[in-house]
Design a binder for this molecule. Structure first.
Ligand SMILES: NC(=O)c1ccc[n+]([C@@H]2O[C@H](COP(=O)([O-])OP(=O)(O)OC[C@H]3O[C@@H](n4cnc5c(N)ncnc54)[C@H](OP(=O)(O)O)[C@@H]3O)[C@@H](O)[C@H]2O)c1
Length: 400
């Protein structure tokens, strides 16, 4: 494992945590039950229309005081009061698109509106973000029926520092280092003002305190993927002593699903698929059986599993390798019986319950060695993600 980590993962991301994390405490496997500085690479352009719209809103919102609070870009109700006093600018840098399409629709807006703060929200100065395939699918217009209105600041994942709290916020305070997935339901009314920006407004209930052993880039890599992995395994009924096959083990979700299955759920056997050059990575993540899909068809092997988690879109084949009475949880693509679809919901309590495993180093974030990408390189980061070949997470850090 160390050999792979030291040779393949840059010191800015994975290797640092793996080398210096404290030794994990002795913990019996537990089944969680939940309510169900990078190199610069270039520069972006300014989206004149979107920028003009958001700039206008922001300057109206900021009023004479110059303090930002009122631009309407959250899906939540507008703020009536904010109890904290931190000064934040009225406008911010943000990546924006005002038409659906490929990565070229993304423009860097230097004067986007800082999102409004609702009573149950905190305003976070974003330090790092991460991309997920849903960001690309949403930008391509695949979820238009339930999307927020354009223009959109994309991004679900982030880690950052609380700079302002709404009047109903109970636990978080200014200065807290937090991480989370900023929209509760990623496909259903996601926030218009996402995490690929200097500031984002997020409900307190969607956030958790950042594990102290993780830097912001590492923490930002986790929320959507780890909650998907955990939710999928939980919904599939994985528990100690059961076996699981993860399809797409080297991706953002799969790399975390392997670790959760092994170290949180206590699976007796963890198998996963990837292409040849990622087989060593699968082993370093803890799999018992690494299947090279370029050489073997997993559905033709004799092994059967209690749980199959499909992060590739192979639901038709996945159902062929599940044991009688087992579960097939499908994250993408067609669902064949007895498989079922799982769609993640953001919940800070889930992150809080996983934090001990992150603090102990039992579960580690995996940042793609092509990154972290600079904030100016969001277009390139999207293009890379959309190759479908990312290893772990595509991270954007630092966000200025
Ligand atoms: N339903 C939900 O709530 C939910 C939540 C999160 C994600 N998802 C979906 O789940 C899918 C995976 O998400 P992700 O974030 O993990 O994506 P990702 O990080 O972009 O996945 C990339 C990985 O997929 C692997 N892969 C591609 N084809 C493969 C194949 N035939 N067999 C095995 N591995 C293969 C690649 O490995 P190789 O280079 O070795 O091929 C690569 O490492 C996406 O479609 C995403 O939209 C759904």
């Amino acid at each position: 494992m160390q050999a792979f980590l030291s040779s393949s993962i840059p010191a800015t991301s994975y290797s640092r945590s793996s080398l210096f994390l404290p030794q994990p405490p002795h913990q019996a496997p537990v089944k969680l039950v939940f309510p169900s500085s990078a190199p610069q690479r270039g520069s972006g352009a300014v989206a004149a229309d979107a920028a003009a719209r958001t700039r206008r809103t922001a300057s109206e919102a900021a009023g004479r005081s110059g303090r930002c609070v009122a631009a309407s870009s959250s899906s939540s109700s507008p703020a009536t009061a904010a109890v904290a006093t931190t000064e934040v600018p009225g406008v911010m840098k943000a990546w924006v698109y005002d038409a659906y399409g490929d990565a070229s629709v993304l423009k860097l807006d230097e004067a986007a509106a800082v999102p409004a703060l609702a009573d149950d929200q905190v305003l976070v100065k974003v330090v790092a973000g991460a991309l997920n395939p849903v960001d690309a699918k949403r930008r391509a217009g695949k979820f238009q029926a339930t999307d927020s209105p354009l223009p959109t600041v994309p991004g679900y994942d982030m880690a950052g520092v609380v700079v302002k709290v709404g009047s109903q916020v109970k636990n978080l305070k200014e200065g807290d280092e937090v991480y989370g997935m900023i929209s509760e339901k990623p496909l259903d009314g996601p926030k218009q003002s996402g995490s690929l920006a200097e500031y984002t407004a997020v409900e307190e209930k969607l956030l958790a305190l950042k594990p102290k052993v993780l830097d912001f880039a590492q923490a930002a890599s986790l929320p959507l993927a780890v909650q998907t992995a955990n939710g999928g395994l939980d919904r599939a009924g994985l528990s100690a002593g059961k076996s699981v096959l993860v399809l797409g083990g080297a991706g953002g979700v799969g790399s975390l699903a392997i670790q959760l299955a092994k170290h949180v759920y206590g699976a007796s056997k963890v198998a996963a698929t990837a292409s040849t050059k990622k087989i060593e990575l699968l082993k370093s993540l803890g799999v018992d059986v690494a299947i090279d899909y370029t050489k073997d068809s997993f559905e033709e092997l004799t092994d059967k599993y209690d749980v199959v988690l499909d992060a590739v879109g192979q639901g038709d084949k996945a159902v062929k390798v599940v044991k009688e009475g087992g579960s097939v949880v499908v994250l993408t693509g067609a669902v064949s019986p007895p498989g079922f679809r799982f769609v993640v919901t953001s919940n800070g309590a889930v992150l809080e319950k996983l934090n001990p495993y992150l603090e102990s180093g039992k579960v580690k974030p995996l940042i793609d060695p092509e990154g972290p990408f600079a904030f100016s390189q969001v277009v390139e980061a999207f293009s890379y993600l959309e190759t479908g070949r990312a290893t772990g997470k595509v991270v954007i850090s630092p966000i200025p």
